[in-house]
Design a protein around this ligand. Structure first.
Ligand code: TTP
Ligand code: MG
Length: 386
């Protein structure tokens, strides 16, 4: 069955989330990334900052020089992941056939002939519910959908059908094709191959001398042909959360408090998917930089924060060695469908009620909305100094 393919990609994702959450930043240059003081790089920047020449991966120091008026913000990954999940949930309302490419990008397959109409609806819903700008490219294959999206940006829809190959695709620079990075682009340019149309007229054998076996793909792409299928997500086998600390941690209690939080986040993720886990693992980075992991498998599966924590804390105790620690992570695997809740003791009923309230808060305000008191307390102390 032939389908229309949509490539949906949020605009300046991290930056537009920040602009949305702080309207004073609307219309201003905003850069999201690492600390300029410690060799941080730009994760992304608003389109206003792009006009000054700022771009992803650029050292923050250089970005600040190019655009001194920009507001610089740190990366708030939990918030962006949460938004990414909500956008994906919206996509799922329109089609089950989704290939998630990155945190802000996904291919969707819909019934042939409905691509443009669906794209308009999706954009409308994402804008209305999440107030985030989304660009969508529409075509009958992945290649053209992706290129159409880059032509649509920012905040628009564009269709690019195979019949328009000659008058649109052939005029574009070779770097729009998959597999043509800066090095290949330079090589091709040296032979006078600047546009996609130049690839079409260049003899295959000569092209093979420049780019090897990739030449055949390039020829196909240059004609707007692409038979790559969408790769649908495989069922998840595990969930994990980890934190790398900016400095060495010497306090065992602090690590335990972090493990407590991570266990809570994992428990929540399991419950929100109706799953339970049998195996819990802990990961640590030790002073000699080696990574140590320990896991334990339970007789029965669980999605309870405290149960996950109890096992993870025990594993940590057994493998922690001597301080300091630089990284701690918790993973749950051996996933099964959640079993029906059975009779609760009074104590368990109380815990269950608390869990439901916490989950409700997390659902409304994001997974990090609920910090456990212990971690807040620990955060107040300067635990990073021995
Ligand atoms: P992109 O979709 O490549 O970029 P973008 O959404 O910021 O801008 P646009 O799509 O409008 O061109 O990446 C999505 C997010 O991934 C981006 O907001 C930040 C993050 N990212 C990095 O952290 N480092 C990088 O080098 C890139 C390219 C992206
Ligand atoms: Mg994007």
């Amino acid at each position: 069955m032939s389908c229309d393919i949509l490539l949906c990609d949020l605009d300046a994702f991290f930056a537009t989330v920040e602009q949305r959450d702080n309207p004073e930043l609307m219309g201003k240059p905003v850069i999201v990334g690492g600390d300029p003081g410690s060799r941080g790089v730009v994760s992304t920047c608003s389109y206003e900052a792009r006009r000054y020449g700022v771009s992803s991966s650029m050292p923050m120091k250089k970005a600040r020089k190019l655009c001194p008026t920009a507001v610089i913000l740190p990366v708030n990954m939990p918030k962006y992941k949460e938004m990414s999940g909500r956008v994906l949930d919206i996509f799922k309302e329109f089609t089950p056939d989704i290939e998630k490419v990155s945190i802000d990008e996904a291919y969707l397959a819909v019934k042939a002939g409905t691509g443009l109409k669906t794209a308009r609806k999706i954009r409308f819903v994402v804008q209305k519910r999440l107030k985030l700008p989304l660009s969508i490219g529409v075509s009958s294959n992945k290649l053209l959908a992706k290129i159409a999206c880059s032509l649509a940006k920012p905040d628009n829809i564009k269709a690019l059908w195979p019949k328009e190959t000659e008058k649109t695709l052939w005029l574009l620079p070779v770097k729009v094709l998959p597999g043509v990075g800066p090095v290949t682009e330079q090589k091709l340019n040296l032979f006078g191959i600047k546009t996609v149309g130049d690839i079409v007229s260049f003899p295959l054998g000569a092209l093979e001398n420049i780019v090897g076996s990739h030449a055949i793909n390039l020829k196909e792409y240059a004609h707007g042909r692409d038979d790559r299928k969408l790769e649908f997500a495989r069922e998840r086998k595990s969930y994990s959360e980890e934190i790398t600390f900016p400095r060495d941690i010497y306090e065992k209690d602090y690590i335990l408090a972090v493990i407590h939080d991570l266990s809570g986040e994992l428990g929540y993720r399991l419950r929100s998917k109706g799953l339970e886990a049998r195996t819990v693992a802990v990961k640590l980075r030790l002073p000699d930089l080696s990574i140590k992991t320990r896991s334990a498998t339970m007789a029965g599966a669980t999605a309870g924060d405290e149960k996950i924590y109890a096992i993870a804390a025990d594993l940590f105790d057994r493998c922690c060695g001597k301080p300091p620690w630089r990284l701690v992570g918790v993973r749950v695997s051996g996933l099964e469908k959640g079993s029906q809740l059975t009779l609760f003791s009074e104590e368990n009923k109380k815990k269950e009620k608390i869990r439901l309230v916490l989950d409700m808060l997390r659902q409304r305000y994001g997974p990090n909305a609920v910090f456990k008191g212990r971690r807040l307390f620990m955060m107040k102390k300067d635990v990073f100094d021995p």
